[in-house]
Design a binder for this molecule. Structure first.
Ligand code: FES
Ligand SMILES: [Fe+2]
Length: 350
């Protein structure tokens, strides 16, 4: 499978990569090893020794270098072999691995695996989850999904499933048939659902003490191509014209393809400062979200991919419903992005 490469992808939470230790992860179907230099700057290298293809993360960190665990070649942060302990010590020109541009931003490590260094492409703004953002942030989480990232992206963009899959927790029965508006905003797609006069879903009842009373609820999801999402979701007293100073939050949802059939899923949440939560309630909020994503979304997505197998999604002729407007538009947009990248590559090699 071809992936969109000219994009910043989240590799992991920044705190997962430490000085003097290696962290490895497959991204866009390539093995990558991460570590931090003595000065704290993060490094990402192709995780495959060019000698006999051993994963470099099985080796040893030597200062700001990695020493391969098999025959001891050493690689610096640029991926160049800088020490060959054998024979006359000459270093073959091909003894190097790819190094990838990284940015430490919003508590996450972002990797560029495309052409150039990514300096002209923006990282999506997730400043709301930084410690000094002016929001209360809910602990970030990570889930490994055994499904292609486009299936997971559909799950996030079209939230009609919350009525069924997350009933009582994130959704409630009267949400079915909600007004759903899909709009293009430049390269983004926004999928907004408005659900007036519904029973309050559990998470909002717990957060905002609605005592089970009816509310108006919205879920406004933004897709930032290729695989980042920001959700603005909340409730207010039924019939009230303006949102209250609390009663809502931002949901952060970020996908990175691991390979064609698996996805790294990072998530977090940011609540406005007006939200008064005891530590127990804050923990409960985090746990409700973890439960919804890990115990409800993940099994559905894993089963969906298992059912589809290696078949092409469109070849299977999926039935289309009104709720698919956003997901279909997103899939078409991804196809166009992929074609544009391929054309760019072909033009460059002419
Ligand atoms: S496999 Fe890495 S040095 Fe031989
Ligand atoms: Fe879900």
């Amino acid at each position: 499978m071809n992936f969109i490469r000219n994009a910043w992808y989240v590799a992991c939470w920044s705190a997962e990569v430490k000085v003097g230790a290696m962290f490895n992860r497959r991204l866009l179907d390539e093995p990558i090893v991460f570590f931090r230099k003595q000065d704290g700057a993060a490094v990402a290298l192709q995780d495959r020794c060019p000698h006999r293809f051993i994963p470099l993360h099985l080796g040893t960190i030597r200062g700001d270098r990695i020493e391969c665990g098999y025959h001891g070649l050493q690689f610096d942060c640029s991926g160049s072999c800088v020490k060959n302990p054998h024979g006359d010590g000459k270093i073959p020109a091909a003894a190097k691995v790819r190094s990838y541009p990284l940015q430490d931003k919003h508590g996450m490590l972002w990797i560029w695996m495309g052409d150039g260094d990514g300096s002209t492409t923006q990282i999506p703004d997730y400043s709301m989850i930084e410690p000094d953002s002016g929001y209360l942030t809910s602990t970030g989480g990570y889930i490994h999904i055994k499904a292609n990232y486009e299936l997971m992206a559909e799950n996030l963009l079209d939230l009609s499933h919350i009525t069924y899959l997350h009933d009582g927790l994130l959704g409630s029965p009267e949400q079915a048939g909600a007004d759903q508006v899909v709009k293009d905003h430049g390269t983004e797609i926004h999928c907004n659902r408005w659900m007036p006069d519904i029973s309050v879903p559990g998470v909002f009842d717990m957060l905002y003490k609605r005592d089970g009373k009816k509310v108006d609820m919205w879920t406004n999801m933004r897709w930032l191509p290729p695989s980042c999402f920001v959700l603005d979701s909340g409730v207010r007293k039924a019939g009230l014209a303006e949102r209250e100073d609390h009663g809502w939050y931002y949901g952060v949802h970020i996908l990175t393809p691991e390979g064609p059939l698996t996805t790294h899923y990072h998530f977090a949440a940011a609540l406005p400062l007006g939200t008064s939560l005891t530590p127990e309630e804050a923990a409960k909020f985090a746990e409700m979200r973890r439960y919804a994503f890990q115990e409800q979304d993940k099994p559905i997505l894993d089963a969906q991919q298992a059912a589809i197998g290696n078949n092409n999604f469109w070849d299977m002729k999926p039935v289309l419903l009104s709720i698919d407007a956003g997901p279909v538009r997103m899939r078409r947009s991804l196809e166009r992005m992929l074609l544009a990248e391929q054309k760019q590559k072909e033009d460059a090699t002419k």
